[in-house]
Design a protein. Structure first.
Length: 259
C-alpha cells in the first residue's frame, strides 16, 4: 500500500507590506515503501508514522506537520511514465462519459502507447483488450500497468488493421494513424448499439475517418469534438485565467453501430 503526504500551504500577514505572503508552499509527496523512513524537503518522517490511519497529522524531524492518507488510483496514475502524445485526462473523461463505460463493459483499444487510456478504462470496466505493435510502447505500457496493479487487461502484440478477435464488444477506442482501416473489423466486433471512437491529432485524420464512416450503413457519427482546458487562478478577490497556452491535444470522433 502506498500513501500520500500533504504539507498544507501557510501564509503570514506582513504589516509593513499590508498583505499576506506564502511562507510555506503546499507540497504533496507519494510514499511507496512504508517500511523505511521517508525524506522530504522539510525533514524525515519515520516509518512508524507512515503506518498511522488515514487523516492522521504526523510530524517530520523538523516539526513540520503533514496530513497522511492512502493513495488512490489517480494518485498512482499521475506517476506513470508517459510517452509523447499521451492522451490527457480531459479527453479520456469525455470518451468514458459519452460511451457510458461501466463495470460491465468489454472494451477493445488499439494504439496503447504508455497505457494511460488503458489504465483509466480498466479502472472502471470489466475487461480491456489492447492491440499494439510497437515494442517500445508495449514495454512502457506493461510497466505502467503493473505499477497500477490492474489485472483486467489483455495486451496483444497484434496489428488491429488485420482484424479483431473479440465479438459483442461494447466500445472500440482507437489512437491510430489510419483509424478508417478498422471500420470493417468494427462492423463484426461491436455489438449493436456499441460505440466506435477515434482519437486523432490531425484534422486530416479526423476528416478521413468521418468521411469513411458516413459511407457506411452500419454506423452513425454522433459527434467530433476538440476539448480545450484552461486553468484559473483564484486568490482572494483575484479570479482570472492563468497565463499559459491552451494546447491542442487531439480530435475525438464518436460513432455508433446501428445495424
Amino acid at each position: 500500500m502506498s500513501k500520500i503526504l500533504i504539507l498544507k500551504e501557510k501564509k503570514e500577514f506582513i504589516p509593513e507590506l499590508d498583505k499576506s505572503l506564502i511562507v510555506v508552499k503546499q507540497r504533496q509527496y507519494f510514499v511507496e515503501d512504508l517500511n523505511q523512513d521517508f525524506h522530504t524537503n522539510y525533514g524525515v518522517i519515520g516509518k512508524d508514522e507512515l503506518k498511522k490511519k488515514d487523516g492522521s497529522i504526523i510530524k517530520s524531524s523538523q516539526g513540520k506537520e503533514f496530513i497522511l492518507f492512502s493513495a488512490g488510483f489517480t494518485d498512482k496514475y499521475k506517476r506513470i511514465k508517459r510517452l509523447p502524445q499521451t492522451m490527457p485526462l480531459k479527453d479520456i473523461g469525455l470518451i468514458i462519459a459519452e460511451t457510458a463505460i461501466n463495470k460491465d463493459s468489454i472494451i477493445v483499444e488499439a494504439g496503447v502507447g504508455s497505457g494511460a487510456l488503458t489504465a483509466c478504462l480498466a479502472n472502471i470496466c470489466k475487461q480491456v483488450y489492447s492491440y499494439e505493435i510497437n515494442q517500445q510502447h508495449l514495454d512502457a505500457s506493461k510497466q505502467n500497468l503493473e505499477m497500477l496493479d490492474l489485472k483486467n487487461i489483455n495486451i496483444k502484440n497484434k496489428d488491429i488493421y488485420q482484424g479483431i478477435d473479440e465479438k459483442e464488444v461494447d466500445v472500440i477506442v482507437l489512437d491510430l494513424a489510419e483509424p478508417w482501416q478498422v471500420i470493417n473489423h468494427a462492423k463484426t466486433s461491436l455489438k449493436i448499439g456499441g460505440f466506435f471512437v477515434s482519437y486523432s491529432p490531425s484534422a486530416t485524420q479526423l476528416q478521413n475517418f468521418v468521411n469513411e464512416l458516413n459511407k457506411q450503413d452500419n454506423f452513425i457519427v454522433i459527434k467530433s469534438v476538440e476539448l480545450l482546458e484552461r486553468f484559473w487562478k483564484v486568490e482572494g478577490r483575484i479570479v482570472r485565467p492563468k497565463i499559459m497556452p491552451i494546447a491542442h491535444s487531439g480530435f475525438i470522433t464518436i460513432a455508433r453501430r446501428i445495424c
